[in-house]
Write a protein that binds this ligand. Sequence first.
Ligand code: KG4
Ligand code: ZN
Length: 357
Amino acid sequence: MNKSPIILGIETSCDETAVSIIQDNESGIPKILSNIVSSQFDIHKEFGGVVPELAARSHVEKINLIAKKALDESGISLDKVSAIAATSGPGLIICLSVGLNFAKSLASSLKVPFIGVNHLEGHALSPKLQTNINYPYLLLLISGGHSQYLIVNGLGSYTRLGTTIDDALGEAFDKTAKLLGIEFPGGPKLEKFAEKGDPDKFNLPKPIINKGGCNLSFAGLKTAILKITNNITTEKEKYDLAASFQKTIEEILYVKTKIAFKEFLKKFSINKRSFIVAGGVAANNGIRKKLIQVSDENNFEPIFPDFKLCGDNAAMIALVGLEKYKLKKFDTLSLQVNPRMMLDKDAKYLKGSGVKY
Ligand code: KG4
Ligand code: ZN
């Protein structure tokens, strides 16, 4: 086995076509040799959300080019690559299939191992591309499709402490943005809107704030915002509503993170306690600030991925690929995509009416 393995990672689970090449390093922090992300914002903008068929077609059109770009930028020739890793789930089935099949063909023609990667595990481990972190650690994963508190026990070993019982946080940002007339993808732009408004102008609900442990709920918030948007007319009121939404989210995460800290400490009384926040929404500055505050108050070390590693990328997929490669956890070419893949396979499904959380 190569002493410093080189992994080519591929990500096509949603609307980003991404390829990255990383190399293992004695420091324990792999070197990112290239990390190309091609977003499809322009394709989906006019529909106000991702259209799976258009996304898959775009992946098919671009994957070769993006892979070539990643190789060129890394300065690595294909014969030096030790293994090919690709996202196998969760995500949009026809999009996942493009990347996975491309990876299988490449691995088989190069005669190197092929490794399927859980996209969520990519987010979960992403800060390891910048810093060494010891297991176990507490993770808050906040993306467009997921919002969960998890204990990361080790590679492939997760214990879910809490999850959203309805919308994901990124989804709440995107839906609120849409109601405010902000174009897709709204999350990052909503944050900019919020900076111009008065956060105390509107009093918004904080669903299940006093119950359900560190489970989360955002759907009621969206309904409240819909009612308010029906009655506002000025730009100033829009900024105020965005600021009030941002503040409410920060307060919900403050309270729920404190609960998650307690639950983590019930299981592990360790001195070095790391709290990793990952996923697209981890790029939000206000949320970062609030989570740093609650971490400082509770003696946890907060760790965020670099801004460019918060959203979907292939470096995080290559990273999980590298960890699996070192343990010789390879897949066969018969591996299928799994659009509903989870991190904690024993966790209960907590969505829908009548569910007990
Ligand atoms: O992790 P990600 O790139 O894709 C998924 O795996 O879902 O997350 C995308 C989500 C979108 O909902 C996007 O609006 C949100 O992350 N997002 C943000 C910010 N940047 C991205 N939400 C709030 N503030 C931001 N700065
Ligand atoms: Zn993601």
